[in-house]
Design a protein around this ligand. Structure first.
Ligand code: ACM
Length: 263
């Protein structure tokens, strides 16, 4: 299975430009699964609720989901794409999964970071795993990495690959995802963005790049630069994530002792 990340540099609010740029790049990409960043086409640093209202879209009936589903059909691949979602009067920082057969599902970010808390509601979709045939995919978004329960829950629910759309600004995640993969013996694909946003007099945010694909044994199969857009694809065998035995005596999931963790 060929899987990859797109490390992009979107322009805030220029949704059509950002989507067009993505669509033109996709022709050169040969893969089965491509993960895009969090808020991939809207940009990240919202300054007012009016901007959220203007840029958030219903899922699956909004334009970004429709365009992505169409691209997934035409290029015969699966895409995980972050976007601001509107559901009635509630707004979520979400990621959609689309494939050759169309829209498959949506995950709403559980753990909001910093000023996201001003504009979005914590996700209520739960932590879901989708079986796309060659692999079972779990999705978490950016700051969800800070909560090891998220990747653990996805692994317990059968995820082989954790897809991780991100807009990272803190430095620790690229290293932490090695541990998230290792402790759950899953592949992880972190798709981060690069560039800087400093909108409406707010403190600047510099996105750290360093998108990565990590194997179940913690090996970094790919690691992007800190500053440049790129699209990287590697070959993986998702079955490697189904062997949870560390040695003949330790199966990392069966060896858990939930009774010792109860509060
Ligand atoms: C983040 O959750 N965008 C840091």
């Amino acid at each position: 299975m060929r899987v990859g990340y797109l490390q992009s540099h979107p322009e805030f609010g220029a949704v059509q430009r950002n989507i067009d740029q993505f669509a033109s790049q996709l022709g050169d990409v040969d893969c089965d699964l491509l993960v895009l960043p969090e808020l991939a086409f809207s940009g990240y640093q919202f300054a007012t609720m009016e901007e959220v209202l203007a840029l958030a879209e219903p899922v699956p009936d909004g334009p970004t989901t429709r365009v992505c589903a169409d691209l997934a059909r035409r290029h015969r691949l699966h895409l995980v794409v972050g976007l601001p979602e509107r559901d009635g009067g509630t707004y979520y920082n979400s990621a959609i999964l689309v494939g050759p057969s169309g829209f498959l599902g949506c995950y709403r970010k559980t753990h909001l970071f910093f000023e996201e808390t001003l504009f979005f509601s914590p996700g209520d979709s739960g932590l879901r795993v989708w079986d796309i045939g060659p692999a079972r995919l779990g999705v978490m978004i950016c700051f969800d990495w800070y909560y090891p329960e998220v990747a653990r829950t996805l692994a317990l629910r059968g995820a082989d690959v954790v897809c991780h759309p991100s807009n990272l600004v803190l430095p620790w995640c690229p290293d932490a995802m090695v541990t998230r993969s290792l402790e759950n013996r899953v592949f992880s694909i972190t798709a981060n963005r690069v560039g800087r946003e400093a909108r409406a007099g707010k403190p600047p945010l510099t996105f750290i790049g360093a998108s990565s694909i990590i194997a179940p044994d913690g090996t970094a199969l790919a690691r992007a630069s800190a500053a440049d857009p790129e699209c990287t694809v590697v070959e993986i065998d998702p079955a490697a994530a189904r062997d949870k035995s560390l040695n003949p005596y330790n199966h990392i999931l069966h060896d858990r002792r939930p009774q010792s963790y109860a509060l």
